[in-house]
Design a binder for this molecule. Structure first.
Ligand SMILES: C[S@@+](CC[C@H](N)C(=O)[O-])C[C@H]1O[C@@H](n2cnc3c(N)ncnc32)[C@H](O)[C@@H]1O
Length: 213
């Protein structure tokens, strides 16, 4: 297939404060929920769902959302405890955007290798013409043993074009944009891991944006 254009579009999440209109946004592997919380406060007409099997890092923000909006509350946020492998059927077809930011473990393996079962799960929660954004930050030295354990190939543009494009397509996602940018050039991606990783010059950040029909 023809190569996709280079980084002409920046990842969706960097523009989250500029998003307008309504819709449902799902953040898979939400961690401490920062992206969901901050985006929901900026976009009160959108509904945000943060999903993670590990709820402990979510304790602070999941308490905060129940306050009055003037005191930091966010009535347009819901957190669900689930792994991507077991997404509840109630979410089927509802998401206008799905985000996966700085995944690790089985979530990382799935999006970085194009695991069909997991990608189909992500597709299942999407509405028509939804957007999927995957942002991966790996340090080839520090993460070497994890990269080997998970069987992740080097995330080059060639690998994305030659392997991930067809794997994502088999699950119903058309990759419309992808890029690799140095962490030091990373703009304001509002997640806790983005903040941690931007200080590491060696860590390349790979992103993929895909759409459903
Ligand atoms: C490095 S943290 C990133 C958290 C957040 N997205 C951020 O950018 O700050 C990776 C997250 O992926 C979650 N995760 C790992 N495997 C998962 C799976 N199978 N399904 C859903 N989430 C998973 C972990 O629990 C963890 O919260």
């Amino acid at each position: 297939m023809a190569a996709l254009p280079d980084n002409s579009i920046k990842p969706l999440s960097t523009n989250s404060s500029d998003l307008i209109g309504e819709g449902v946004i799902i953040d898979i592997g939400t961690g401490d929920g920062r992206f969901v919380y901050q985006s929901a406060r900026l976009n009160p007409n959108k509904f945000y769902i943060g999903i993670d099997p590990n709820t402990r890092p979510l304790e602070k923000i999941s308490e905060k959302i129940h306050r009055k909006p003037a005191k930091g509350g966010a009535p347009n946020v819901l957190f669900i405890q689930s792994a991507v492998e077991d997404l509840p059927a109630e979410l089927d077809g509802i998401a206008n955007e799905v985000h996966v930011h700085f995944p690790w473990g089985s979530l990382l393996r799935a999006v970085a290798t194009g695991d069909l079962d997991v990608l189909r799960n992500l597709r299942r929660v999407c509405a028509r013409e939804a957007l999927l954004e995957v942002v991966i930050g790996l340090d080839p030295e520090r993460d070497q043993s994890e990269i080997e354990r998970l069987g992740i190939a080097s995330l080059t543009l060639e690998f994305i074009d030659n392997v991930l494009v067809s794997n994502y397509a088999a699950a119903g996602f058309r990759i419309i944009e992808r890029g690799i940018i140095a962490a030091s050039e990373w703009p304001r991606l509002n997640t806790s891991w983005a903040k941690r990783l931007e200080r590491n010059e060696r860590r390349a950040i790979t992103y993929v944006i895909a759409t459903t029909d």
